[in-house]
Write a protein that binds this ligand. Sequence first.
Ligand SMILES: Cc1cc2nc3c(=O)[nH]c(=O)nc-3n(C[C@H](O)[C@H](O)[C@H](O)COP(=O)(O)OP(=O)(O)OC[C@H]3O[C@@H](n4cnc5c(N)ncnc54)[C@H](O)[C@@H]3O)c2cc1C
Length: 322
Amino acid sequence: MILIVAEHAHGAARKSAFELVAAGRALATASGSPLAALVIGADPSSVATELAGFVPDVHVVTDPGLEPMRSEMATRAVVHAAETLGARVVLVPGSRSGQSYGPRVAMRLGGAYLEDVTDVSYEGSDVVAQRPTYLARISATVRSQAQRVVVSVKLGALAVAPLADATGRVHQLDVPFADEDRRLEPGPREAAAKGRVALEEADVVVCGGRGFGSSEAFERHVVGLADRLGAGVGATRAVVDAGWRPYGEQIGQTGKAVAPSLYLALAVSGAVQHLSGMNRSRVIVAVNKDADAPIFKVADYGIVGDVLEVVPALEEALAGRD
Ligand SMILES: Cc1cc2nc3c(=O)[nH]c(=O)nc-3n(C[C@H](O)[C@H](O)[C@H](O)COP(=O)(O)OP(=O)(O)OC[C@H]3O[C@@H](n4cnc5c(N)ncnc54)[C@H](O)[C@@H]3O)c2cc1C
């Protein structure tokens, strides 16, 4: 059995769920194993119905304590599902929550944990995965022969699965939660601004760097452009350290990894720690006043100029198309 953990928000499956479906289908076909999805939450019924169009069996764990997610409860639910269903491979998203419960699940199952992989397959009975390392400059091949393998899949690394022409079954799963699973209260979350697409899900990301000079200029130009394009807002660590933007928007080695179709890097120098979080973007456009800025080495299109002139000109051009 291949089990995927499908995360969701606002009553709909996250993009990562469909990336895991694609990986799960390939593993299931290669091993001749069944594929199932696990959905956990306070009221995940609409998500389960949505996923039933993609996988033959969807298992649902419902508990009000699962939203916002408590890592201990998620761990208990995933371990219980993996044991009850006899899963050999458990695919979890490389989201912040997945990174929190994934290793715990692997440990409790007495299995292996393959972390942050960009591809996963079977070679014989080995589970084999590709894992970017050295700031995503090279890819390491990791493999496991363990009886149980938990694989965390990097967000945006895989294409999303096409809808299967099937009506899957939805099953309720009772999990024996313990009091200790509920002891930690989740802290407040940095919610994406109302109506703005979450960074990890965004097809277009507008990222601003220290070159904007102030949080006001960042807000006006980076956030303004992102909202006009319906894009996610990203920031460099220099911007986050300056207190202009929340940590949840940081992209890079110690922030989030994104792989949108279009990445606009505005006044971003292109330090290696930043590149490792965005260099899988399909098209990269950079604006920087320094023609030698390292960001131009990875950019598909570059404009050498002042962002305080280029971005307003871009906005004006876009306004003309409204
Ligand atoms: C362990 C470690 C982890 C790190 N993790 C991360 C991480 O996750 N994410 C991250 O981003 N960084 C990370 N960093 C920091 C990283 O090394 C850089 O310091 C940081 O990315 C620089 O941010 P920046 O490009 O905004 O600023 P700067 O390096 O100061 O670059 C600003 C750029 O803006 C340009 N510029 C200035 N004014 C203008 C203008 N008016 N118009 C156009 N261009 C202009 C400049 O030419 C320059 O290229 C990490 C560092 C370490 C050591």
